[in-house]
Write a protein that binds this ligand. Structure first.
Ligand SMILES: CC(=O)N[C@H]1[C@@H](OP(=O)(O)O)O[C@H](CO)[C@@H](O)[C@@H]1O
Ligand SMILES: [Mg+2]
Length: 548
């Protein structure tokens, strides 16, 4: 059993800056890398306790995703590869913020509350990291934390966030989900992709080509490693591969989505299919430039539409009666929701549509309620979940049917294998999208034309305390401060197809404002008007928001 005195001594080697307070945000802790050594050590402790508590392997990923290179962060992974359960986020925050002389009290409290038996209990933690210059020393701090509580650890070194989620799930299912190695990951996904694209025999070399922006991060490294496994079934031209530019700087999925523009320096031919990963390769967005040089973004909403249509068509062909749902957030473009709810229904492709709070953990949870749950945030983070029963029915049909039904079931089965169900995965999502486009013989323009996005705008407002804003209805309405929702309602009414909502960010000290309307001018004006209302009613600081 670990000696508390010893843990306390070891913790002194990872000193906490006195007074520093951090929150476990939408996706773990994230801040300047210089302030995180103690957090990493303590997350090593927490992961070890969680491992004892769940009798399973827990993952710790050192990354700050799409943040600048100077930042870093940590994400914890639960037994089935999903994100850490919210109940333990509270402990994570308490541990990260405890001053040195209070740390053991907080640990003992946790052990007592969760009835963790520290005697003769095995614990194992998997650790991975992204390519940031600070990540190696920070992941060493995590490993120190695990050792301090006598846990075992396995250091996977440089991996994408979804690869580490996959490893955790593989091991905890005793190989049921796959082989827990990067080679196992590459083989599983590549095989499924090759099988799927065999159903598109007329694919031209042109259709096999894809331009990939690796955000100068881990995704670029890993995609390059994976290429031989794909055996030419996909021809990737990789740029922002980390050899020259800076991580996430003027490139990557977040840059492309927020700027609604291509990464700096990339040369795109008209109509050429391009995609961008984010800094830890758990997000992806697609885009292309048309004959007039106009930029077209295909975000998480367009991806969810493509995937759910594909799956729904296969279910119909296979004669499988499985409930399929698409889970979005309030940031989903209104056109996508209308398309999913109305147009697909009229095409006899009925899917259930749900709205969850921002943050993948919320979407994942809702998606688990259905036979098949497709979930995507508008920014390109998402995946598909299949229930055990759904997977079994698909497998059974592969074995027992013939002809068109068996063909459809086999495509479904290969899709299940290609999808990383633990978490959004840029590489897995990319391969699935490429396979769907190939099988449907669809160009990126045709995909884009499924529906037209409503013009929209995302803005940020600084307030003295963003917690004064409370929301309901999956963040689509505010309940406080008083009068804000009424003000937003009045402003929205003045714009054709207007919609707007505000919520406190979980990763930055700002209030986010979203607006959409029939024209860009209108969306921008509405965004500005709502920003002003937030500024006036929710304690804005600094100068008043200016019109765009
Ligand atoms: C509008 C938006 O894109 N919000 C992002 C952002 O959360 P905020 O709570 O909005 O800061 O970071 C999250 C973690 O990466 C991501 O899940 C989420 O979608
Ligand atoms: Mg990310």
């Amino acid at each position: 059993m670990a000696q508390w005195q010893e843990v306390s001594e070891k913790s002194k080697l990872h000193p906490k800056p006195v007074g520093l307070v951090l929150q476990y945000g939408t996706a773990g802790f994230r801040t300047n890398a210089d302030h995180l050594d103690h957090v990493m050590f303590r997350m090593g402790l927490l992961a070890t306790l969680r491992s004892i508590n769940t009798k399973a392997i827990i993952g710790v990923m050192v990354t700050a995703s799409h943040n600048p290179e100077e930042d870093n962060g940590v994400k914890l992974i639960d037994p089935m590869g999903e994100m850490l359960t919210p109940a333990w986020e509270v402990y994570a925050t308490q541990l990260a913020n405890a001053e040195q002389d209070h740390l053991i009290t907080v640990l003992k409290d946790l052990v007592q509350k969760e009835s963790i038996d520290l005697t003769n209990q095995e614990a194992e933690v998997f650790v991975g990291r992204d390519t940031r210059s600070s990540s190696a020393r920070l992941s060493d701090a995590v490993l120190d934390g695990v050792t301090a509580l006598d846990g075992r650890s396995k250091d996977y070194g440089l991996v994408t966030t979804p690869q580490l989620h996959y490893m955790v799930c593989c091991c905890n299912t005793r190989g049921g989900y796959g082989k827990a190695s990067v080679e196992g990951y590459y083989s599983k996904l590549s095989q499924a992709f090759i099988q799927l694209t065999k159903s598109a025999p007329n694919r031209t070399d042109d259709q096999k080509c894809l331009l990939v922006d690796g955000a100068n991060g881990i995704g670029a490294l890993k995609l390059r490693e994976m290429e031989p496994y794909l055996q030419g079934a996909l021809k990737v031209s990789l740029f922002c591969d980390g050899t020259g530019g800076k991580l996430n700087h003027q490139c990557g999925a977040d840059f492309v989505k927020v700027q609604q523009n291509s990464p700096k320096g990339i040369v795109m031919k008209a109509g050429e299919r391009c995609c961008s990963f984010d800094g830890d390769a758990d997000r992806i967005v697609y885009y292309y430039s048309d004959d007039h040089g106009r930029f077209h973004l295909l975000d998480g909403d367009k991806i969810a539409t493509l995937i759910s249509t594909f799956l729904k068509e296969l279910l119909t062909k296979a004669g499988l009666d499985l409930k399929i749902a698409v889970v979005q957030t309030a940031y989903a473009n209104g056109s996508s929701t209308r398309y999913l709810e109305d147009t697909m229904k009229s095409l006899s492709h009925f899917v259930i549509v749900r709205c969850a709070k921002t943050g993948v953990k919320h979407l994942h949870h809702v998606a688990q309620e259905f036979d098949i749950g497709v979930y995507f945030e508008a920014n390109g983070h998402g995946t598909v979940l299949f229930s055990k029963a759904a997977e079994e029915k698909i497998q059974q049909l592969c074995d027992d049917s013939e002809g068109e039904r068996q063909g459809a079931a086999t495509l479904l089965k290969n899709s299940v294998d290609l999808i990383n169900q633990t978490v959004g995965d840029a590489i897995s999502d990319m391969l699935l999208i490429e396979a769907i486009l190939a099988i449907k013989g669809m160009t990126v323009q045709q995909w884009d034309a499924i529906y037209t996005d409503l013009p929209n705008r995302q803005l940020k407002v600084k307030v003295s305390d963003r917690r004064v804003i409370d929301t309901k209805d999956a963040e689509r309405k505010t309940v406080s401060p008083a009068g804000l929702q009424e003000a937003i309602d009045r402003l929205v009414e003045r714009h054709q197809d207007g919609r707007s909502f505000v919520r406190p960010s979980g990763t930055e000290d700002v209030v986010r404002v979203y607006s959409e309307a029939a024209t860009q001018e209108s969306a921008d004006a509405l965004g500005h008007e709502v920003s002003l209302a937030v500024y006036r009613l929710a304690g804005g600081v600094g100068g008043e928001p200016k019109p765009l």
